[in-house]
Design a protein around this ligand. Structure first.
Ligand code: NDP
Length: 444
């Protein structure tokens, strides 16, 4: 999913389009010119790694100001003295180590990924939900032993700084090591020969140390589970300040925990997503997974600590309903496509109408994928709205997630369409005629 996640970060500069790289002759597979590049090409790849860390610090700082106005000048960035704290560094490294140990823990099944260009398949441990449960038990134990989880609120800025440092170091390592990878192991869109662009997009598709898959590990574990821990820290801070958690805080925590638990429960489904199948592992995903998700997705809970919002039972019930509808659409559509891609003869999908493509794969044109071309995005956006509504309507800041996520998914949808059009040609055109709306029925 989150998946996070995730080229969550780079919506701003997309003006370019992808060409059919996969069908070029091998010697022409490198992108020939800037028009073949995504996210604004070299300019985007240079600006985004500067702009995004500043955005994270800006949002965290704005959240603490009394007015919490999204647009402020001069920007309330934290002073340099607040960026670093050795406790934060120890927490980030300790957390990463714990998640690595839990990843390596031999529990759960092992699943195969999609077929790679050399005809092989990689194997992945499916134990993310175990990692979530064990992390929760260890956290509960630590709180019971007196760990002040609410202190995460004070530590957010130095924690984010450490996560950023980690993201940059990891991206640098990934870029350097990719020069030892065989040609067929490189992502088609990240091997242009332009160092800035390739550093940003990621050259290697599935970088591994032994059997440890770096991209798959980062996608759903340290950042995603870290996000719910930060949320819980905000809840504990609220309890410290006001003796009990507010209804709004409980809803935000509950909804987002459900989202993360669902992603980990259905971990195998991430193996058919764009992030794993198509995108290389570079700064875009590393920063998204390790910094952007935990520190900007927790903005609502962070906001509620400083700006408590009243919420009555009727409003809460309506928001719960909205989240439930969004979750249902999101889960059903993702599972349907995942099941269909893994085993089209499975009884749950065998009766659905499909159209053939020249690649041998078929496209669903009924069921959820006959409603709109990205029903999973529709569900995700409904949930995003439900996560924000508990924060009231007095400030735009907590709506940052919905606004950003809408832009992200519209951009992601366009990106996926281009890839599918290149892959499936006429069959994709037929699908688009049969299912004319992209995300919102009768609107878009
Ligand atoms: P999708 O899971 O939507 O996968 C898109 C792929 O599905 C296409 O490339 C195509 O691949 C296949 N497909 C498309 N249409 C059909 C069809 N009609 N029949 C069969 N297969 C089809 O991609 P994402 O990775 O973008 O999204 C996965 C989930 O993650 C979504 O729910 C999304 O909302 C969520 N997400 C969340 C983020 C967050 O930050 N919270 C960020 C990004 C995504 P092929 O044909 O090759 O199988």
């Amino acid at each position: 999913m989150l998946h996070c996640q995730l080229y969550y970060v780079a919506w701003t500069f997309n003006t370019c389009h992808i060409v059919e790289i996969s069908e070029m002759k091998p010697d022409k597979r490198r992108c020939a010119s800037t028009k073949d590049r995504e996210f604004g090409g070299t300019l985007g790849a240079t600006c985004i790694p500067v702009f995004l860390p500043l955005t994270v610090l800006y949002l965290l700082s704005v959240c603490r100001t009394p007015g919490a106005a999204l647009l402020q000048w001069p920007p309330p960035l934290p002073p340099a003295s607040q960026l670093w704290d050795p406790v934060a560094a120890a927490l980030v490294l300790g957390w990463l180590t714990l998640q690595i140990v839990l990843y390596l823990f031999p529990v759960g099944k092992v699943a195969e990924g999609m077929v790679l260009r050399d005809g092989t398949k990689l194997r992945y441990p499916i134990n993310g939900f175990h990692a979530l449960c064990i992390s929760a038990i260890l956290l509960a134990l630590s709180v019971w032993l007196g760990m002040p989880l609410g202190y995460l609120f004070e530590l957010l800025v130095p924690l984010a700084t450490c996560a950023m440092g980690l993201s940059f170091l990891l991206s640098l390592y990934l870029y350097i090591r990719s020069f030892w990878a065989p040609k067929h192991a490189l992502a088609l869109g990240g091997d242009t020969g332009n160092p800035l662009y390739d550093f940003f997009m990621g050259r290697e598709l599935n970088p591994r140390i032994g059997s440890f898959d770096l991209k798959y590990f980062c996608e759903l574990r340290p950042g995603l589970i870290g996000w719910v821990v930060i949320n819980l820290g905000m809840l504990m801070k609220e309890v410290e300040l006001r003796d009990s958690p507010s209804l709004a805080m409980l809803l935000v925590n509950g909804f987002q925990l459900l989202y993360v638990a669902d992603a980990l429960w259905n971990e195998e489904a991430v193996l058919t997503t764009m992030d794993i199948v198509h995108d290389g592992f570079g700064f875009m995903l590393a920063f998204g997974d390790l910094t952007w998700v935990p520190f900007t997705y927790s903005l609502q809970a962070n906001f509620l600590v400083v700006h408590p919002q009243p919420l009555g039972p009727v409003g809460a019930a309506a928001i719960v309903f909205m989240n439930g509808v969004g979750y249902y659409i999101f889960r059903q559509s993702n599972s349907q496509k995942n099941q269909f891609r893994r085993d089209p003869t499975h009884p749950s999908v065998a009766g659905l109408e499909t159209i053939p493509t020249a690649t041998g794969k078929r496209l669903l044109v009924s069921g959820w994928w006959g409603l709109v071309r990205h029903p999973n995005y529709l569900g995700d956006l409904l949930m995003a709205t439900a996560w924000t509504l508990p924060c009231g309507t007095s400030h735009i800041l907590p709506y940052f997630y919905v606004l950003y996520f809408t832009v992200l998914l519209i951009h992601r949808e366009a990106r996926d369409e281009r890839q599918c059009r290149s892959k499936y040609g006429l069959a994709w055109e037929t699908y688009c005629r049969r299912v004319p709306y992209r995300i919102f029925p009768y609107i878009y």
